[in-house]
Design a protein around this ligand. Sequence first.
Ligand code: DGY
Length: 319
Amino acid sequence: MKVVLTGRVPAEAVSMLAAEHDVIAWDSEVLIGRDELLSRVAGADAILSLLTEKVDAPLLDAAGPQLRVVANVAVGYNNIDVIACRERGVLVTNTPGVLTEATADIAMALILMSTRRLAEGERVIRAQRPWQWGMFYMLGTSIQGRVLGIVGMGQIGAALARRARAFGMTIAYSNRTAVREELAAELGCVRMELPDLLATSDVVSLHCPYSPATHHLISTNELAAMRPDAFLINTARGPVVDEAALAGALAAGQIAGAGLDVFEQEPTVLPGLLGLDNVVLLPHLGSATVETRTAMATLAAANALAVLRGEQPPTPIPA
Ligand code: DGY
C-alpha cells in the first residue's frame, strides 16, 4: 500500500513503514508546497502528517477513496479537518503521551525564564552592554510559594504541576472535568472556574487543545482579569491567545510578563512582541528533543501500520 509523508520524519519511522509498504517520503527540512503535496497524496492509503501541513477536504479528495488513515505526528491535531476525515471514513490518530515530559520541561523553563528575566539577562551579555552586580540589578520574581494556574489539566498540565511543586509552587487548575481524586491528591491541586483562576494565579500556563471553542480564550478581558504581577505561559497553540491583546497588555504593564513557545501565525511573530523585554519567545520547541521526536514519529508510524493491517491503532484521537 502507499504511505505518503507530508514532511521529514526520523529514519526509524520511515524504516518501520517501508518494511511493509511503499513510502513516499519528503526528505527536506523545507516545507512541501501545497501543489506538490496534492499530487503526491493521490492514491495514498495512509498519510503521515506534520502540524505544518493542513489535512483538509481538498487534500483528502486528492488522496482518493482508498485513504484509510491520517496519522498526525503531534498530539495537537488542529491542522486536520477531523469532520472531513470522518465523512470520508478516514481514521485520525495523534501522538499523546510521548511528548508529555519534553513539553512540560519547556513550560517550566518558560516559567523560570520569564519570572527570573533570563533571556533579558542573556541579551545584555551578548550585546556587550555594560552590567554590574547590583542589589537592585535585574531583579525577578520568586516562584516559591506562588500559585500556578493550569488551564487544561491533561497529561502535560499534570507533568508541569509535578515540576512546579518541586519548585515550591501550589497548583490550581481549570478544566472541563475534575481530575481523578488520586491525581488531585498527588498534586494537591484545586479546581477553579477560569475567571477565578486568572484573578488569583501568579503564573497562568495554557495546556488546552486549540479548537473554535478555545480560539482567543485569553484576550483583552482575560488579560485585564489577571494580576499586574502575573505571568502568562503558552506552550499549547498560538491562537489560544489573542497575541495583539497580549502585546498591548505587556507593553502597558497590565501583566508582568509572558513566555511563549507558540504563535498565532507561525513562524511569523507579531512585531509588537519582538521589542518587548518582558516576553520570552521560543520557536515552538515543546517536543524538540531527538528522543521525543523519534518517539512521536514511530508512534505515528505504528498507528498507520495498525490501521493498514486492519487493527485498532494505539492512539486514535478521542471520539
Ligand atoms: C504537538 O505535538 O502538538 C506539539 O505542538 C508538537 O511540537
